[in-house]
Each structure stands twice: as C-alpha cells, then as structure tokens.
Write a protein that binds this ligand. Sequence first.
Ligand code: GLY
Ligand code: MN
Length: 458
Amino acid sequence: MLANARRRRKISYNKRAMNHYAALRRGLEKRLPDGLILLSGGNPITRNFDVDFAFRQRSDFLYLTGVEEPGCLLLIDPAKRRHTLFMPRLDNHHRVWLGDVPDPKEAKSLYGIARVLYADRLESELRRARGRYRKVYADAEAYKRAGKILRLANRGAELRDALDELRAVKTSGEIELMRRASAVSGRAHMAAMRRARPGQFEYEVQAVFEAECLRAGLKHLAYPSIVAAGVNAAVLHYHANNSQLKDGDLLLIDAGAECGGYASDITRTFPVSGRFSGHQKEIYSIVLETQKKCIDRARPGVVSAELHLYSMTIIAEGLKSMGLLRGDTDGLVESGAVRLFYPHGLTHMLGLDVHDTTGGRKRRMANPTKVPVRFVARLEPGFVITMEPGIYFIKALLNDRPLRRKHRDSVDFAKAEQYLDFGGVRIEDDVVVQPDGPPLNLTSVPKEIDDVEALCER
Ligand code: GLY
Ligand code: MN
C-alpha cells in the first residue's frame, strides 16, 4: 500500500512540476522582497463527529507549492531566499485511520522544496527569521498562529494583492494543467452527450460526466455540476439534477474537472433526442454565433466589459430577428431589455478558482460601458477566460411586473410566454489570450449544430 502511494505521488510530482512551483514562489518573493511571507494551507473541516468534508487545498497554497495535504504552512524568507514547508507531525492514530503521510525527508523530494520541517518547529524558525524584517505578509490564518511570535506589522492586504496580480497571468506550466483539465472534461462532456437518453434522470447523466473525470484521475470538480434538462436550464446555477429527461428537451451541462487545482469550465447544450427542433436551432445559432464572434475578439487590450457589451448587441440582434425584441439595438442593450434573456456576464477569469482572481489592484479599472458587469479588466496575454453567452426564458424575469412595465415597448412578452417551457441555451469554452491574434481555445467539444447532432446520434 505504502509503496503504491509513494509511486503515485512520484508520478505526479516530477522535476518539471517542482521547477514550476519554485518559479512561482520566486515570483512572489520578488514581488514582496521586504518582509517575511507566511501562508497557511487549508485545514480539514469537520462534517460531523469524526468525519471531515473532502479536503481541497487552498488555492494560494496550491499555486505556490502544489501540496495537497492539509495542515501545512509555507514560510518564505526573501533575504535568505529560503522557502520552508511546515508539515503536521502526524501520529499513529492518523496512520491507522487515514494512512501514511510523507515525512519531511520524503516531502523534500516529493515537492521539491529545499527545507521541509514539522510544524512544531514553526515558532523557533519564526523567532530566528523575524529580526531581519519589520513586516510580515501573512494571510489571516497564518497571522493568527504566528502574529504573537513575530510581533511584526502584518500586510495581509498586500499579500492578497500580490497573489491576485501574479495568479492572473498564467505561466506555460499552469496552462498545461488547464489544458489537461479541459481535455478530460471535454471527453466527459462528449460521453454525456453520447449517452443521454429520454427517460433518464439528470443525475444519471451527471454520473456519466463525473465518472469519466474520476477515471482519468481528476478527483475534484471545479464546481458542482449543472445538468439541467428543459426548463431547468433557465436556472443559471441549477444544482438539483433530479428531473427526468424528456424527448424534445434540450439538456444543458455546465461542468468541469480540475487538474492540480486548475479549473475547466465548459457548457454544452444539446437535444436529448439527438435532433434540434426548428426553434432550438434558431436560438442555439444565435448563441453560437455570439460566442464565436466574441472569442475572435478576445485579444490583448480589449476590456472584458466591452466584449460583454458586444455579446449583448449580437444577442439583441438575434432576438430582434425572432420578434422577441424590437427597437434600436443599442437602446435594448442600455435599457437592460436584453438582460431579460441574457442576465449574466459573458466571461470570467479561470484558474485555481473557477471564478478566478481578476488581477489585483493595479489592473482595477472603471467600467467603460454603461452595462453593469462584475468582471472588468483589460485582457492580457496569459489570461485564461471563459466565453459563455446564453439565452434563457426565465419565468422570474419574464413575469416580473415592474420589468414588464419598464420594457413593454421593446419586448414582445406575449411571444416570450410561448417559450416559457424552453429553458435555455449556453455555450461555454475556456480560452487563453495570446500576444497576437485570436485566443487559444482549450475546449474541443463539438458545438456546431451538425457536429452536435452527429455526436448525439441515437
Ligand atoms: N460554471 C458556472 C459559472 O461560471 O458560473
Ligand atoms: Mn463559467
């Protein structure tokens, strides 16, 4: 057992991975050279009595170490260029119930960190290091543990900002992990598309998707899978996943696994029967055209909010052509009429978190558009972002009296009501912004109507 466990770990922490994490730590060390840097890894969270929730390492800690074990800390002493990983000293009780964990010597070669000590050495190490500094950059949990010993001013907000700044631009090593997450999730989407049938329940399709990820060794999902048939697709973060699939329904699956902590976030919408109806094709085509046009424009210098605005105009044009909206397109976008059918953002950053850091203080900017949107940043090479337009028929919006009054001249509500059992369509890919030209698309799941129908052949 033990030998197996070691072999498994050796495979995942190869030399390249070690260099990758060491380089990211050096990046932080250079960004904050004038203070000790102390980060806490995650700790197990009790679910009940002696049972914990499944452990997932904190994203910042994964970013700097790749260590997936709970209870660790990382100390960076920039003056000495010394990086120390502290690990819990686990007893036999732990070994009996949860298995072996590497000792510091094993952990050194496993994680490629030059110094690995048991966490009970933290205090003496901090006492030795603190004299060289007047401040510490510690996260809240680490400072709670070390503040009294260090007696240095904590610049926790600056640490947060530095990490946000660094994590925004992905290195080639990070993109490689995201490529793997995307490839496995892509295969899982295709398996689900092939195997979904009328009469199944949403959770059965979820099981197909998640089994494929697990089989590939990716045991964490980046977020709870959304498997939404028919009207359920109009619930943006639907999670019940317990309805039956009907012939004639569309099925929306928004799901992604993570690899080494790095997320994929992919959505496909396809007909349960294997063939799109006329209406379904019409709406799907608008969303697909919007997505492809927006992907092409995702280039350095473009502001994410402007791309969102652009996506709203294409969707407004499409809904006008269907007779659901009427009037001047810019007016429909500005008044919020389009938002009745497309009430979420086009894009968000993707990384160790599915809704990842937006890039830190230096990148913060005012929204140059009049359309409210949460993610506002000027795109840079190395940003990984999603592209996910959608059209939905949401009862809560289309039946809302004040909204109906406000938009009565621009929305054909009688027509929209005919679609109340339609649900919605969303198509989502993950792309890497390139120095020149269009972005690199990490997602390779079919999305053209013919290709989707061919894959869903029943
Ligand atoms: N995948 C869910 C979201 O982006 O909100
Ligand atoms: Mn998303």
